[in-house]
Design a protein around this ligand. Structure first.
Ligand SMILES: *[C@@H]1O[C@H](CO)[C@@H](O)[C@H](O)[C@H]1NC(C)=O
Ligand SMILES: *[C@@H]1O[C@H](CO)[C@@H](O)[C@H](O)[C@H]1NC(C)=O
Ligand SMILES: *[C@@H]1O[C@H](CO)[C@@H](O)[C@H](O)[C@H]1NC(C)=O
Length: 363
C-alpha cells in the first residue's frame, strides 16, 4: 500500500524542482568539484535539504519547498515494484570507488540467475556527495542521505563512533521508508545477489532477516541475525518495531544496531505488537560466517565475518569467480556436483585478530 503522495499539481512542481536539483548537482559536481559543501539539516523524521541561494535564486523562487523528503518520494516511487517494494542499499565514498564494493555488488545482479531485472528496483542510498555522484554515473535510482556534522565518507571502521552513527542513521532512515508505505529488502552492498530472493521469502511475515549462524528453525528466536540483509513489510507492526529498535540505542549505548536487535528480540514488546519475525536459512542466504554448502541453492552471499576493505574486496572477487565458474559448468554437472565457495581466504579469522577485533564480531 502506497500512501501520502502529494496531489498531481504539486507533484509536477516536485518534478520541476527535482530536475533543477539534478542540474544544480551536476553543475556543482562539475564546476565546484564534488567536495563542494551543501548544507544539510536533519530532523527526527526526515532530512530536509537546504539548497541555498546559489542554485535556486530568483528564477525558481521558494527553494525551501524542495525538501529531501519529496525527492525521496520520487526516487522510491520510480524504483518500487507493483506491490510497493524497493531494494535498498547504503553506500559511502570508501565503497563507491570504481572497482570497489559497489561495482562487485552491481555485477552480481548482472550475472546472477534472475537478478538482473531486480536492478530497476534498487535504490542506492548515498551517505556522502562522492558516493552520490558515483551512484548517478553507475545506476538509475540514487538518493542522498546525509547527517549534519558527520562525515561518513571514509571507511567506517567497525565499532568506531562514526560506524555506530552510520548504522543507527540507517535504522532511522528505514523507519521513514516504512512510514511512507514502502516494503523494502535492505541489503548491504557486500551481499552478492545470485538468485532472486523473493522465491525464498516467507509469506505473512513482517520482518525476515539473514543470519550469521542459522540454528535450523526459521522461527527460533535464538538464531543469530545479521542486519545486512532483511526484508520488511510496511505495516503498523513493522513501523512500531523500527521506532522501538531505534529508541533502544539509548537503552544500550555503545552497541550497534545488530547487537541491540539481539537484545530486544526477546522483549515482550515484540509479542505485544504481534510482530512476525522469521530468520533466513544460510543455505540460501549465507555469508562467510556460515557459507551455503550448495551453489544450487544460493540466493545471496554476504562477506560478513570479514574485517578491512582490502580483505573484503579480495574475497568478494573470489566469490564472483566461483559463481562464474559454477555458471560455466554444464547443467547436469551442476546438479550432480555439490559445489561450495572457495572463501574465506583473506577474510579469515587471522585477519580479524590482526585488527584486535573480538572473534565473535561480525561485520
Ligand atoms: C516557501 O513555501 C513554504 C510552503 O509552501 C512556506 O511555508 C514558506 O513560507 C515559503 N518561504 C518563502 C521564503 O517564501
Ligand atoms: C495503523 O494504526 C493506525 C492508528 O493507530 C490505524 O488508524 C490504522 O488503521 C492502522 N493501519 C493498519 C493497516 O493496521
Ligand atoms: C591476501 O592474502 C594473501 C596471503 O596472506 C596476501 O599475500 C595478499 O596480499 C592478500 N591480499 C589482499 C588484497 O589483502
Amino acid at each position: 500500500m502506497l500512501g501520502g503522495y502529494p496531489p498531481f499539481s504539486s507533484r509536477r512542481n516536485i518534478h520541476f524542482f527535482f530536475s533543477l536539483f539534478l542540474l544544480a548537482s551536476l553543475y556543482c559536481l562539475v564546476l565546484l568539484g564534488v567536495g563542494g559543501r551543501l548544507n544539510f539539516s536533519s530532523g527526527r523524521s526526515s532530512v530536509s535539504w537546504n539548497p541555498g541561494a546559489i542554485f535556486f535564486s530568483s528564477p525558481v523562487g521558494n527553494s525551501s519547498q524542495v525538501s529531501e523528503r519529496y525527492k525521496l518520494d520520487n526516487v522510491l516511487r520510480d524504483a518500487a515494484m507493483k506491490d510497493g517494494t524497493v531494494i535498498l542499499t547504503t553506500l559511502n565514498e570508501a565503497w563507491a570507488a570504481p572497482g570497489s564494493v559497489i561495482d562487485l555488488f552491481l555485477e552480481s545482479f548482472r550475472i546472477g540467475d534472475g537478478t538482473h531485472r531486480l536492478l530497476k528496483h534498487l535504490v542506492i542510498v548515498a551517505l556522502d556527495m562522492k558516493a552520490f555522484s558515483r551512484c548517478i554515473s553507475a545506476h538509475t535510482h540514487c538518493f542522498l542521505l546525509t547527517t549534519e556534522g558527520v562525515d561518513f565518507s571514509s571507511e567506517a571502521y567497525f565499532m568506531t563512533s562514526d560506524y555506530l552513527k552510520m548504522m543507527w542513521r540507517r535504522i532511522d532512515f528505514l523507519r521513514s521508508v516504512l512510514e511512507m508505505g514502502y516494503n523494502f529488502v535492505f541489503t548491504d552492498a557486500d551481499v552478492m545477489w545470485f538468485r532472486d530472493p523473493f522465491t525464498q521469502f516467507f509469506v505473512d511475515t513482517d520482518l525476515q532477516i539473514a543470519c550469521d549462524n542459522f540454528l535450523g528453525d526459521s522461527e527460533d528466536i535464538d538464531n543469530k541475525p545479521n542486519g545486512g540483509f532483511n526484508y520488511v513489510r510496511s505495516n503498523n507492526r513493522s513501523i512500531q518495531f523500527y521506532k522501538f529498535w531505534y529508541s533502544s540505542r539509548e537503552t544500550f549505548p555503545g552497541y550497534h544496531d545488530q547487537d541491540v536487535f539481539n537484545f530486544i528480540k526477546y522483549n515482550p514488546f515484540i509479542t505485544e505488537i504481534d510482530l512476525k519475525i522469521r530468520f533466513l536459512d544460510t543455505q540460501y542466504f549465507g555469508g562467510l560466517c556460515e557459507p551455503s554448502k550448495d551453489l544450487n541453492r544460493v540466493c545471496t552471499m554476504h562477506v560478513n565475518c570479514c574485517f578491512g576493505l582490502k580483505s573484503k574486496l579480495h574475497d568478494l572477487r573470489i566469490i564472483l569467480q566461483d559463481w562464474k565458474f559454477y555458471l560455466s559448468m554444464p547443467t547436469t554437472l551442476k546438479r550432480s556436483l555439490i559445489m561450495s565457495w572457495s572463501v574465506p581466504q583473506n577474510c579469515s579469522l587471522d585477519s580479524l585478530s590482526q585488527y584486535g577485533v573480538p572473534l565473535n564480531s561480525t561485520q
